[in-house]
Design a protein around this ligand. Structure first.
Ligand code: NAP
Length: 253
């Protein structure tokens, strides 16, 4: 009985940044839980499609640059044509620019914050207007960060954007909880993906990070699957505006 609450059969999940990393893991997790998956990416999602199909799922790909103007409308229109409904949105696509604060340019700042912060708001708004309100509910999962809680080192635009993601998660939950729309976030700890290649290749930073993680290892996309399915499912119907850290204990220290 209780496990039935976690099932996503008949649901359609949209995941941005679906071609690799954490986004790819979310696609596989939702497919395993029974959802049809629409992956949004600027590069081929062939690898993700193969993984989803290997677990018996259905995968559609929408190729678009999410930094382009009106990207949220492009995505909503594509979903309308593909499935005609969306139940779950994961705002996962994100970028990080590592540079000293004194050197950050306005162009770099805008690139990071437009994707990591502005698109999160406008894609959530588009999905809510187009699908969640007419359908009577929906689930939004934003991908936050340890830097929603902390300052980080040499990543000021990323920290600003991920802190905004945690704030937006609360702000949108306040407006939309009564519409049966759950807005929550997952804050991954330090995960082994393209996003952290530079950190893992810097042996000093790698050692410093590993020493501080109580679990003693980098996380993987598999570590986020349970939290994602929970927040996408009826099991979390009364969870609103919360950012769930999945971090091997990083924030506990
Ligand atoms: P990743 O492997 O670099 O994945 C980022 C995804 O975003 C990729 O699919 C990337 O596509 C996509 N993307 C970037 N710019 C885009 C654009 N303009 N249009 C369309 N797609 C775009 O890193 P990840 O670790 O899986 O990151 C996923 C999310 O988790 C991000 O929001 C990140 O900030 C967050 N996060 C990661 C960690 C970590 O330790 N890895 C920790 C906390 C939070 P391309 O492959 O084409 O670049």
């Amino acid at each position: 009985m209780i496990l039935d609450l976690f099932r996503l059969n008949g649901k359609v999940a949209v995941i941005t940044g679906a071609n690799t990393g954490l986004g790819q893991g979310f696609c596989v997790a939702f497919a395993e839980a029974g959802a049809t998956v629409i992956g949004i990416a600027r590069r081929s999602c062939a690898e993700t499609a193969a993984k989803v199909e290997a677990v018996g799922g259905t995968f559609f790909e929408v190729l678009t640059d999410l930094s382009a103007p009106d990207a949220s409308k492009t995505v909503a229109n594509a979903c309308k044509k593909l499935t005609g409904r969306v139940d779950i949105l994961v705002n996962n696509a994100g970028i990080i620019h590592r540079e000293d604060a004194v050197n950050v340019t306005e162009a770099s700042w805008d690139l990071v914050t437009n994707l990591n912060e502005k698109l999160v708001f406008f894609l959530s708004q588009a999905m809510t207007n187009e699908f969640f309100i007419p359908q009577g509910g929906g689930k939004i999962i934003n991908i936050a960060s340890m830097l929603s809680f902390q300052g980080g080192i040499r990543v000021p635009s990323y920290t600003a954007s991920k802190s905004a993601v945690m704030g937006l998660t609360k702000a949108l939950a306040n407006e939309w909880a009564s519409l049966n729309i759950n807005v929550n976030a997952i804050a991954p700890g330090y995960m082994a993906t393209n996003n952290t290649t530079a950190l893992r290749q810097d042996s000093d930073r790698n050692d410093a990070i590993l020493c501080r993680i109580p679990a003693g290892r980098w996380g993987t996309s598999n570590d986020l699957m349970g939290a994602a399915v929970f927040l996408a499912s009826d099991a979390s119907s009364y969870v609103n505006g919360f950012t769930l850290a999945v971090d091997g204990g990083w924030l506990a220290r």
